[in-house]
Write a protein that binds this ligand. Structure first.
Ligand code: NAD
Length: 393
């Protein structure tokens, strides 16, 4: 079988999920290319050798610039903080490599635009890891909408709520605008904007009513390297630095197909640990997804006789009927967070091997459309007026 040498740039939280994905994909799936875990980049103080040995990378390096240009590499996979997406992506693309990048595509709209332009000029394949598209329940929601089972979509209600960011959490890169671009907005709204676009098949045409808030204005400065989770690094000293991003952003949206929607991202929504939710109400039916119960999709069929209408909980765990799961365990043996990443690695290998992905997979240009919505919402929040997306390029 043809092989594809993969280079991974970064070895934090996403470094672990992607290493797991590249390691598992050829065991559970039969893509047209075999992924070879060629080289991982980490910063010297992170001990890239230890990481490489643990996860099965053949080589390790502290020099990402040489790595992304190496003639031995076919795909460069980027899992660094948002400000560090564009530099390795543009270098890899200039060297003719296919490039995969974590979400949001970049920390700023201008970085994202440059990445799209570079990929267009070089005519290379690109991918962005909006991994929730690869949950079987989200895939089923996409199919139900496409088959017309919901009729015309009237309402989109999306929220991504977490509660990890209390005042004990130090000043990670996630709280620094120059490194992250934004806070909960780019981190969490990016996911639900992408998911809403994917499931409805509609673009967001206008945003309004946006609110951005930073509840905790300063945090203890930190030192040290990623421990592989969201909260990592050690509190370096008692001194504090300013938080320059949002803790929460909410906004309203009009969709190209006539639906109206609401979006909410928050990191201090106590009681909601990883509640990534999407609800759609259409003229013929409705769906609800909640990542905290990721194996299930709620479906309401309004075409049934009124006497028997009601919410149905569908376990999306049946091979053949539900996407991806047939490659995992026997029917009804649940899957988890990491499987979305392996499923995405499979679809990347399908595309690079000349096949169609299981579902549309976002490339840089697709992720740029999500970034435009993020930008429009920030303008709406800052300037206090509605913003039409055709004004945000
Ligand atoms: N898809 C998802 O669900 C999901 C979840 C979490 C994070 N992410 C995204 O993944 C990316 C990385 O997040 P993370 O949680 O893995 O971060 P992390 O802090 O755990 O790891 C970041 C890695 O990048 C390296 N790095 C940092 N600054 C660097 C620099 N200047 N040059 C080279 N390397 C540098 C670090 O050494 C570390 O290996 C972000 O874009 C984030 O938004 C996506």
């Amino acid at each position: 079988m043809a092989t594809l040498n993969v280079a991974l740039v970064g070895q934090g939280f996403m470094g672990r999920t992607h290493s797991n994905a590249w390691g598992q994909v050829n065991r559970f799936f039969k893509p047209p290319l075999q992924a070879v875990m060629h080289t991982v980049f980490g910063q010297a103080e992170e001990n890239p050798k230890l990481f490489a040995d643990n996860w099965g990378w053949k080589n390790h390096t502290t020099d990402w610039e040489s790595l992304v240009r190496s003639p031995e590499i076919g795909l460069v996979d980027i899992v660094t903080p948002n400000y560090m997406h564009a530099p390795p992506a543009k270098a890899a693309i200039a060297a003719g490599k296919a490039c995969a990048c974590e979400k949001p595509i970049a920390g700023s709209l201008s970085d994202a635009r440059e990445m799209v332009e570079a990929a267009r000029k070089a005519n290379v394949k690109t991918f962005v890891w909006f991994n929730y598209r690869r949950c079987p329940a989200v895939g089923l929601a996409h199919r139900l909408v496409k088959e017309g089972r919901l009729g015309d979509i009237r309402h989109v209600r999306a929220a991504y709520l977490q509660d990890w960011a209390d005042d004990s959490v130090p000043l990670l890169w996630r709280f620094d605008k120059s490194l992250a671009g934004s806070g909960a907005h780019g981190d969490l709204n990016a996911h639900i904007i992408d998911m809403a676009r994917f499931v409805t098949g509609q673009e967001i045409a206008e945003v309004s009513g946006a609110i951005s808030e930073t509840f905790i204005k300063e945090r203890t400065k930190t030192s040290g390297v990623s421990s592989g989770g969201i909260v990592s690094g050690q509190a370096g000293s008692a001194s504090k630095g300013p938080v320059t991003v949002d803790d929460a952003v909410l906004f309203l949206a009009r969709f190209s197909g006539g639906a109206v929607g609401s979006f909410e991202a928050a990191r201090q929504a106590t009681g909601n640990q990883n509640r990534n939710t999407l609800e759609l109400n259409g003229t013929k039916g409705a769906i609800k997804f909640d990542f905290e119960r990721m194996n299930e999709l709620q479906f309401y069929d309004a075409t049934l006789p009124r006497a028997v209408q009601g919410w149905t909980t569908i376990m999306c765990t049946h091979g053949g009927d539900h996407p991806y799961v047939g490659n995992w365990w026997p029917d009804a043996h649940l899957i988890g967070y990491e499987h979305g990443f392996v499923n995405q690695a499979y679809d990347i290998l399908r595309v690079l091997g000349g096949q169609e992905p299981t579902f549309p997979i976002p490339d840089f240009n697709d992720a740029y459309q999500t970034q435009r919505v993020l930008e429009a919402a920030m303008i709406a929040a800052t300037e206090g007026h509605s913003v039409k997306l055709d004004q945000v390029k």
